[in-house]
Design a protein. Sequence first.
Length: 275
Amino acid sequence: MIPLKDLIKLITMALEIFSRARRQPQKPAPVKRSQGSSPARSHKAAPSTNCCDRVAPVKGGLARRFFRTILAVVQIFILYQAALRLLRRYLKFPAPAFIGRFLDSGYRRRMQPPALLIERSGAQKGMTILEIGCGSGAYTPWFARAVGETGRVYALDIQPGMLKQIRRKLEQPENQDIQNLQVTAGSAYELPFENESLDMVYMVTVFQEIPDKARTLKEVRRVLKRRGVLAISEFLPDPDYPWVTTTVRMGKEGGFRVDDVNGNLWNYTVRFKKG
């Protein structure tokens, strides 16, 4: 989680930039005087016959409106994120089931593509994988296809409403090819799996929602095989988004070693291995 003082500083700097940009006066374009023109006639400007001269003010106005719109959108986004992050700093709870349809959207997958998450996490054919906090199944079917018929994916969530949504999704015609996915109700504190039975555990924008992270990591270590993988992916618009250094530190404190860090500020995946 971003420290509160850094978050307030970031918001203050952004608002100052926006206010300065809006107050900046527009400089009038200099009037060019042709050589040889007499002072007496200089005030009588000939009407322009150049079409570009007539279009330029219109383009300038459109550019200014576009710039102001972008600034307004960014400002709203920052204020929205600030309010959510302040709330989530003191209240920890899973994403409510009623936003499942928004989490499972094509727009989100364009910003955080399933193929990219699969590549970064290292999911391969034949693996037995657990997704903690599957929600409405935004990425689960893609991971199930990635491990193939010889692999298996368990989709775990603590909320009955979310499990109901992912089951409905798996009943859709486009997902009838998936036969290696099992939806499971359970808690990250008590995973319903045998010791050293899984090749991979992955979480997508879920880890920071869990209040007791140390207990969760201890359970993940228990169910992972000796060199099993823990993949944690984060996404900047998520109100619980942590810096990558925070995710790395928490994983190390939980007894894992960093295998790879991939991505950027917008979205990233840290892949750990069981030590």
